[in-house]
Design a binder for this molecule. Structure first.
Ligand SMILES: [Zn+2]
Length: 145
């Protein structure tokens, strides 16, 4: 079966469009967490961020921030959450990269994922593991840390 978001990009399937340019679209989430819940996605099919070139990811998130301003103003929210899930284990329901902009209101009872308590040593250990795996060449040959 064809990717739902590719069908929306190709206008074969109905969606509430918020924005469109040559590389990206933004649409309303069909099952919103809060009113104004918007999705930003590349027109080109990438299953997860791991498949997407860094310069396109950059454009995606700049656009997300730009659209978030409009979302917040449009629904008069007190804040907003950005969500971006990759893979089934992360509850990515449609395997085509998309960013959620979820307007938030004081006392709206919408919960973010539950938190864990870990030691500082565990934090340092994981930080080192991530640093060791950073592909420096992909960040314009400059280490970021
Ligand atoms: Zn797709």
């Amino acid at each position: 079966m064809k990717c739902i978001f590719c069908s929306i990009v190709e206008k074969e399937r109905e969606a509430a469009y918020v924005y469109e340019d040559k590389d990206f679209i933004a649409i309303m989430d069909k099952y919103p967490i809060n009113i104004g819940h918007t999705l930003v996605l590349p027109k080109r099919h990438y299953s997860t961020l791991l498949d997407m070139p860094l310069n396109e990811i950059s454009k995606l998130f700049v656009l997300t921030a730009h659209l978030a301003k409009a979302v917040v103003r449009s629904v008069n929210s007190d804040g907003f959450s950005i969500g971006q899930n990759n893979g089934e284990a992360a509850n990515q329901l449609i395997p085509h990269v998309h960013v959620h902009i979820v307007p938030r209101h004081i006392n709206d009872m919408t919960k973010w994922a539950s938190r864990r308590f870990v030691t500082f040593e565990q934090l340092i250990l994981v930080a080192e593991q991530i640093k060791n795996r950073l592909v420096v060449e992909e960040i314009n040959n400059k280490p970021v840390i």
